[in-house]
Design a protein around this ligand. Structure first.
Ligand code: ARG
Length: 489
């Protein structure tokens, strides 16, 4: 009979040391940092050369060894050893295997505490760039749907109930501007992450003449960090990056929810591309919006990632504590989930067919222009509250009779208030109701066109931000590896 192993078996079978290593090691996830760890080491080796801790020859050996190691790791098939705890110790060991004892000079004036912060910052910079690019790509798709639907009317909802008519363009631009805030939040967050921790050492700096400004510049950072104790204990940049990614995911989850609803036969506002829906194992007719459901569901992971960070950091004494190692999985997961979901929503929207007739139809039976009818009376001199009560009565009657207010005749309108003239009938057409809302930030075609103008300016700024960050990152790689080496694949 096969018996289920007990959890203690593991402890009995292996030595105490192995169990400790298994529990404390981080290689299974921090191997993701190998590229930036080596780039960081190359920069540190340059500092050590300047500080005359490495001779030219030693520097060259270390440099060559590190580059070869990077290329081998890029290719795959290099064996990493979990018993060496983490990616930093593994790379040092691999370098030692390759070039001998001189590799041991590389860690002079550096601790894993400043090294791991460096790696996380370099990694975050690259992935923030990737996220920003994905945001812009989604914004472009949203904007083109908006541009094609300036005149498409649809019910705007509050409390998920029909409220007032809006255009599809205006509705889509609402999502656009949310993403724009996501962009600028992340841009801002990048600025705070873009500082160089090298030289902070374990917590108290180091005794070697390392030029922190020079190494910061070489790595494309804005400046070195200010305080060595703060530096090794600071995970604000990780937490706020995850917060920014959570806000993105939150916005995507709302979009996903809308896509799911609009794609139901009951709404019928959009039809998803069949290639982006999934079938059921039992019900042959099903075309399920699983991609959107996952983009909505992944918000659970993102909030988990954020809460993990906040909880892990709470009450930590200065300076480095091993708790901080728990930052990496949430960070990697948050980037993976948000970037993938940006792609997912973009693909769904790109492939979706919008049924604007259905949207227009749902405007008709919903008394969406009741507010406009009250506004009409206000323009004839009635106080808004009195006008509101008149129209409330009309709407009540309309519900009782099952006849929407738009289909009332002028005679019927006049029964409620003599001030209603013939023009009131036009007033309550959804298209006209939208056009009359020609206010800055409102839904009229004119106002939405203005918002396109504002958005275009923001896109220009986004693009220059992306190219600045991309230059900073590519510059770092060019300086340390030469222009011929590609970024991490
Ligand atoms: N793997 C560690 C982390 O991710 C690296 C730093 C370890 N430092 C130490 N003193 N044990 O935080």
């Amino acid at each position: 009979m096969v018996e289920k192993g007990k959890p203690t078996d593991n402890i009995l079978r292996t030595s105490q040391y192995e169990v400790v290593m298994e529990y404390t090691g981080s290689l299974s996830f921090d191997r993701e940092l190998y590229f930036w760890d080596i780039v960081g080491s190359l920069a540190h080796a340059d500092s050590l050369l300047d500080a005359k801790i490495l001779s030219k020859d030693e520097h060259e050996k270390i440099r060559k060894g590190l580059v070869e190691l990077l290329l081998a790791l890029n290719k795959g098939g290099v064996e990493l050893r979990p018993e060496l705890e983490d990616i930093h110790m593994n790379i040092e060991a691999l370098l030692t295997d390759k070039i001998g004892a001189v590799a041991g000079k590389l860690h002079t004036g550096r601790s894993r505490n400043d090294q791991v912060s460096l790696d996380a910052r370099l990694y975050s910079r690259e992935r923030i760039l990737e996220t920003l690019e994905e945001i812009v790509a989604l914004q472009q798709v949203i904007m083109s749907i908006a541009r094609n639907n300036l005149e498409s009317v649809m019910p705007g909802l509050t409390h998920m109930q029909p409220a007032q008519p809006v255009s599809l363009a205006h509705h889509m631009m609402a999502h656009w501007f949310k993403l724009q805030r996501d962009f600028s939040r992340l841009e801002d967050c990048y600025e705070r992450a873009n500082l160089c921790p090298l030289g902070a050492g374990a917590l108290a700096g180091n005794t070697f003449p390392i030029d922190r400004f020079k190494v910061a510049e070489e790595l494309g950072f804005r400046a070195p960090t200010e305080n060595s104790i703060d530096t090794v204990s600071d995970r604000d940049f990780v937490t706020e990056t995850i917060f920014c990614l959570s806000m993105i995911q939150l916005h995507l989850s709302s979009m996903a929810e809308e896509i799911i609803l609009w794609n139901t036969p009951q709404f019928g506002y959009i039809k998803l591309s069949p290639r982006l829906t999934t079938s059921s194992s039992m019900m042959p007719q099903k075309r399920n919006p699983d991609i959107a459901e996952l983009a909505r569901g992944k918000m659970g992971r993102l909030s988990g990632d954020l809460i993990s960070m906040l909880t892990m950091l709470k009450g930590l004494p200065l300076a480095y504590n091993r708790d901080l190692q728990e930052d990496k999985e949430p960070l990697f997961d948050a980037f993976d989930s948000a970037v993938d979901s940006l792609w997912a929503i973009r693909s769904l929207l790109t492939g979706a067919k919008f049924n604007v007739d259905k949207m227009r139809q749902s405007c008709l039976s919903a008394n969406l222009t009741a507010t406009d009818l009250a506004d009409y009376l206000v323009n004839k001199g009635e106080p808004f509250r009195a006008a509101f009560l008149t129209v409330k009565m009309m709407v009540q009657d309309s519900y009782d009779k099952g006849k929407p207010i738009e289909s009332m005749t002028i005679e019927e309108l006049k029964k409620y208030n003599k001030l209603f003239g013939k023009d009131a009938l036009d007033y309550i057409k959804p298209e006209i109701a939208i056009e009359r809302r020609n206010i800055y930030g409102g839904p009229s075609a004119n106002a939405v066109k203005k918002s396109f103008g504002t958005a275009e300016k923001m896109i220009k700024k986004n693009e220059s931000c992306i190219s600045k960050i991309s230059d900073e990152i590519q510059g770092t790689i060019n300086r340390l590896l030469g222009p011929s080496v590609d970024m991490q694949d």
